[in-house]
Design a protein around this ligand. Structure first.
Ligand code: PLP
Length: 419
């Protein structure tokens, strides 16, 4: 469910025609729908009604300040993976007491910044990290709130680049060692054990792996209780899929599957949804430059590129691509939709059946809200695209297109002594 819809065959973001935006702002650009963001957050939140819970939006999916501010205003906490993300949260006045810090490679500076800010907990991913956090906290004369991230050793059946809960993955503490880790953590004076966390991957379309993870977590909680270690919360990560192409289970079914094995434990439930909240709330708008035909293939060359949206080549991701104006559609063709970057991997779609657009036509690349803008780069010295937030009939430029000066900021042109 989202608020990008056709009215009289013209694509709108809420009450704003995309074509009107494109008349004012040059392409490519991202558009987000505030109404969709709010709705997705609320539907997810309501799925956990009746359970003591906290949603920590996984901000790596989309981390622009105005988006974070919107979520903070809805009562969301945040799952961060770097000090940069922490600073973004603090910049918009987010409550540090609702921030959890994930990731396998936190530096001393990042640990200190998180403790200084007073975040809810640090999710620990290895034994050396456990000791490092204890040392940093000791130097600061504080106790660090920690949770251990357990790797539940299961296969969520997704693309290998976005699966994190298998035993081969770099993430989390092995299931077989988690009890030892907790015992060790208990003996470190500068640590306060708060919870247990897990996150099994992303774009997970089956509910069984969530239940399986919950069962493994419940078993650990039981053993820890016997050992005299009590937890306050369980952080069950994110990972629910969105319908890029096929229908996906709704948050209510996801919550039921996740909570089933955990009912009766009496622990606060934290979730870290990213994609499912923002994925379908954003699109990338691009303009057709050329129609190119070779002996064997047809290409639609657009002004957006892999530096703007890398998901198709990085994850073999499917994005629906639709015309912004469908009043006069071209004949059906099968084509690759490609950008100007000098890489064969620079494509948005391959062998896609679509009405043939003309040069100058606008196309919308759908479901680009998650892992879209945040992964954009300056490859080929392309400025990063602007981001527009639509709210009803209002439009807000929440990030401007980068300028050439932005592109060369921090560079020094040196004159070398040798010839
Ligand atoms: C990426 C990530 C998430 C969010 O995953 P989605 O698939 O976007 O919901 C949650 N928790 C952790 C630890 C992550 O790394």
């Amino acid at each position: 469910m989202n608020y990008f819809e056709y009215r009289n065959d013209q694509l709108y973001a809420e009450d704003v025609p995309i074509a009107d935006l494109a008349a004012r702002i040059s392409t490519p650009f991202y558009v987000y729908s505030a109404r969709t963001l709010r709705r997705h957050f609320r539907v997810f939140d309501e799925a956990f009604a009746g359970t003591d819970h906290l949603i920590c939006y996984a901000m790596k999916a989309l981390s622009s300040l105005s988006i974070l501010k919107l979520f903070a205003s809805l009562g969301s906490g945040f799952d961060i993976v770097s000090v940069g993300e922490l600073m973004r949260c603090l910049r918009v006045g987010a409550d540090p007491g609702k921030i959890v810090f994930s990731g396998v490679g936190k530096t001393d500076e990042e640990i200190a910044a998180a403790l200084e800010a007073g975040i809810l907990m640090i999710n620990v991913e290895s034994r050396p990290e456990l000791h490092r956090i204890s040392e940093v906290a000791g130097k600061m004369k504080r106790r660090a709130p920690v949770s251990l991230r357990v790797n539940p050793d299961l296969d969520p059946g997704t693309h290998p680049h976005i699966s994190t809960g298998h035993r081969d993955s770099k993430f989390g503490v092995p299931l077989s060692q988690v009890d030892e880790y907790y015992a060790e953590a208990r003996d470190l004076r500068n640590l306060e054990i708060v919870g247990l966390s897990t996150h099994i991957g992303s774009q997970i379309s089956e509910l069984a792996p969530f239940t399986e993870a919950g069962e493994k977590v419940a078993a650990i909680v039981g053993r820890l209780r016997t050992a005299g270690i009590t937890l306050k919360c369980l952080d069950l990560g994110g990972g629910l899929a969105i319908p890029y192409q096929e229908a996906m289970p709704p948050p209510s079914e996801y919550a039921a599957a996740l909570l089933k094995p955990l009912a009766g434990l009496g622990l606060k439930i934290i979730t870290e949804p990213g994609r499912v909240i923002v994925g379908n709330a954003g699109i990338l708008v691009t303009r057709v430059l050329y129609n190119k035909e070779t002996d064997v293939k047809r290409f639609i060359v657009v002004d957006g590129a892999m530096n703007d949206l890398i998901r198709p080549v990085l994850y073999e991701a499917y994005h629906n691509i639709i015309p912004v104006d469908r009043r006069k559609l071209g004949r059906p063709v099968t084509a690759d939709v490609v950008g100007p970057v000098c890489e064969s991997g620079d494509f948005f779609a391959r062998d896609r059946e679509m009405p043939e657009p003309k040069s100058g036509d606008l196309l919308a690349i759908m479901s680009a809200g998650a892992y879209g803008f945040v992964m954009s780069s300056n490859y080929n010295s392309r400025p990063r695209a602007p981001e527009i937030l639509v709210d009803g009939a209002d439009t807000h430029v929440i990030r401007e297109r980068e300028s050439f000066e932005d592109l060369v900021r921090g560079e020094h042109v040196v004159t070398l002594k040798s010839a």
